[in-house]
Ligand binder design. Structure first.
Ligand code: UDX
Length: 427
């Protein structure tokens, strides 16, 4: 395994659980030291325990050296491909480095399998790099995209919805089939295809999910303007099996390390191909999504009587979604930071993401409990749908806030409970 971020760590543990002998490598020494000591560098339910089991069984080891992993039969490249700071394109430098370092060392027979999410055409280029370096020996490239969701990494790795193999030979397919044998035997659907299709499956899947969220949020705006209710509407749509209820949750929209960047990467791809109408279509998914943050900020401003300046705002939620401590492109943070910029004193609380949020946004204040964050607040904003927030007792919170104003950015609370306790509730 090359790269022990979210994906690489979950995959390394998953492969060890399947019975393989795994060695995972990362250039970050601190990360490797923590993982070797069975300490997860991020929050993920259930993964820490399996990490310990895998290490203790002797099937999972960690290293910072490419030389230590050169002898493996199967190499998974799981390094990050974040969005470039000045464009919609993905930054491929870590993928390129990983393939170049492996190509120089791997003697074969072996396969180098890309799992990172990359623009279409990358696998082909990496295969050329490997072929040039490994001339004469059997070293092949395959692409095997990963669909794991944060908060569900264990389940998504050990019982995936589907497996996608982008390969150029029967031999590479056979190698991958051997790796995933028990999962395939359990009936997991498998699609064997070419590199370009495998690369596009991943970004298309994430863009489709993003499109569902932006669709319901677009309809939510029409509901808001016409007095219709988006929640029963989403329920009604969801009964149509062709549509389905999942990812029709209206609210503050999507964030995280994947959906926003993958939508933008597919948009950049369409632009590069001269497919302007396609690029415009995809770009609107992002535009509608980002507009939800402005709308939440606007409703908050209305609840505060017209301005944030001098007000105290409690933001509940920092993570981009529940069950993770990941705050990358978090809608909750974006709204909190914007309120702070407009002059509010923002106090944020999150059940697990406080430390990651604090590191990235030292300008905000943080409370260790809901009550601490809500003390003397003029407005409470619920911006991540942790169940801890759904279960809050509005009567108890009434005793600590200055004004009973609540903005439910995730349609997660029961409005009638809050209204009955004297709160002005907006969603
Ligand atoms: C996503 C894909 O689901 C996963 O298959 C892929 O491998 C990686 O990207 P993840 O980033 O963990 O996974 O988050 P996901 O569960 O998809 O949620 C993305 C965002 O959409 C979150 O911010 C969430 O709050 C938001 N969301 C989700 C909504 O706003 N409404 C919904 O109905 C569903």
């Amino acid at each position: 395994m090359v790269g022990t971020g979210y994906l690489g760590t979950a995959h390394a543990v998953g492969m060890a659980q399947l019975g393989h002998d795994v060695i995972a490598m990362d250039i970050e020494e601190e990360k490797i030291a923590r993982l070797s000591a069975c300490e997860l560098p991020f929050f993920e339910p259930g993964l820490g325990e399996l990490l310990r089991k895998s290490v203790e069984s002797g099937r999972l080891r960690f290293t910072t050296s490419y030389d230590d992993i050169a002898g493996a039969d199967v190499h998974f490249v799981c390094v990050g491909t974040p969005q470039l700071p000045d464009s919609f394109n993905a930054d491929l430098r870590w993928v390129e480095t990983a393939f170049a370092e492996l190509a120089r060392r791997v003697a074969g027979p072996a396969i180098i399998v890309g799992k990172s999410t990359v623009p279409v055409g990358t696998a082909r280029r990496m295969a050329d790099v490997v072929r040039e370096q490994a001339a004469g020996s059997l070293v092949e490239v395959a692409w095997n995209p990963e669909f794991l969701r944060e908060g569900h990494a264990v389940q998504d790795t050990l019982q995936p919805d589907r497996l996608i193999f982008g390969v150029e030979s029967r031999w590479a397919e056979k190698m991958l089939r051997a790796v995933y044998q028990s999962i395939i035997e359990d009936g997991c659907p498998l699609v064997v295809t070419d590199y370009a299709t495998a690369e596009l499956v991943k970004v298309s899947a994430n863009t489709f999910l993003a499109m569902k969220i932006s669709f319901i949020n677009a309809v939510a705006q029409i509901c808001e303007a016409t007095g219709a209710s988006v929640l029963p509407l989403a329920e009604a749509l969801g009964y149509d099996e062709r549509i389905g209820r999942r990812f029709l949750g209206p609210g503050l929209g999507f964030g995280g390390g994947c959906l926003p960047k993958d939508v933008r990467a597919l948009c950049a791809c369409a632009t590069d191909l001269g497919l302007d109408a396609v690029a415009t279509f995809i770009r609107q998914i992002d535009t509608v999504n980002l507009s939800r943050r402005d709308r939440a900020l606007g409703i908050g401003r209305e609840l505060l009587g017209g301005a944030y300046a001098g007000k105290r705002v409690c933001v509940l939620g920092a993570a981009f979604k529940p069950n993770t401590d990941d705050v990358r492109d978090s809608p909750a943070i974006a709204v909190g930071v914007a309120a702070h910029r407009e002059g509010a004193r923002v106090v944020m609380y999150d059940p697990v993401a406080l430390n990651t949020a604090r590191r990235m946004h030292p300008e905000l204040e943080y409370g260790d409990t809901i009550v601490e964050a809500a003390r003397d607040a003029d407005l409470v904003m619920v911006l991540t749908d942790w169940t801890e927030f759904d279960d809050m007792n509005p009567a108890l919170l009434s005793e600590v806030v200055r004004s009973r104003n609540v903005l439910d950015g995730r349609n997660a609370l029961a409005p009638e409970r809050w209204r009955a306790a004297g709160w002005t509730y907006r969603a």
